[in-house]
Design a protein around this ligand. Structure first.
Ligand code: FMN
Length: 217
């Protein structure tokens, strides 16, 4: 009986986590958010997205839907081929970039296989994702991390590669936002050691850039 009650309570909580449009509204973090598969056919034509691409620093606090988050992350660095290759290139296909997603209810790691957001930290660390005010309240702050263990050889050269990989990913996000009418700004003005500490990252994981995404104000 107790088990049944617990099951009902967990189900109610899980359902309550999402509004009708799939926007994440819960205060209680889910250990794992299974996103819907990305829509790989939609959006504006590429040339129109390029014409619209821009940096915006004003965000409303309106939440993104689960579908938008899934599309955004797939555009950023999802798997687009059967051999596991991705929407952004990496030198020697090293695939060092990881995308963490900071939201009101916690910090998640995007797992591209299965479109899953894995809870890493049940804490709101958005204010530490950058030195500018807008980070604090933006619905989604992407934190681009390089898993430097994936590289071998020259350390300084590897960091150049790591930064360039995030450049491709960030532009994918800019183009998705242009297509979807969302605001975004890629941010290098970040207190890297403070953010890495807040995220509890191991020494070999390095924050490169962050990128808040939300509806325009
Ligand atoms: C690597 C990089 C780091 C950036 N860091 C910041 C930042 O910390 N804060 C910010 O407001 N804009 C940042 N920007 C955005 C630039 O200011 C912006 O791209 C530039 O003004 C050109 O505007 P546009 O993107 O609309 O073409 C950054 C851009 C790049 C490429």
């Amino acid at each position: 009986m107790k088990k049944q009650l617990l099951f009902v309570a967990v189900t109610i909580l899980a359902v309550a986590c999402f509004a009708d449009n799939g926007a994440i509204i819960a205060a209680a973090p889910s250990k794992e958010i299974k996103l819907p598969p990305p829509d790989m056919k939609g959006g504006k034509p590429l040339m129109e997205c390029l014409a619209l691409r821009k940096t915006s620093r004003e965000f409303s606090d309106k939440e993104l839907s689960q579908q938008q988050i899934s599309n955004l992350l797939w555009a950023a660095f999802g798997i687009n081929r059967l051999d596991g290759k991705r929407t952004a290139p990496t030198a020697m296909n090293v695939q060092d970039p990881l995308i963490y997603v900071a939201m009101k209810d916690g910090l998640y790691l995007y797992e591209p296989k299965g479109y899953v957001l894995q809870l890493v930290l049940a804490e709101d660390i958005r204010a530490k994702c950058g030195e500018q005010e807008f980070h604090k309240n933006v619905p989604v702050d992407l934190v681009y991390v390089s898993d430097t263990k994936k590289f071998s050889g020259d350390k300084a050269g590897n960091m150049n590669l790591a930064w360039s990989h995030i450049g491709f990913i960030s532009q994918n996000v800019y183009l998705y936002c242009a297509s979807e009418g969302l605001s975004t700004v890629v941010c290098g003005w970040v207190n890297h050691p403070q953010l890495e500490k807040a995220m509890g990252l191991p020494e070999s994981f390095k924050v490169i850039l962050t990128q808040p995404v939300g509806y325009p104000k």
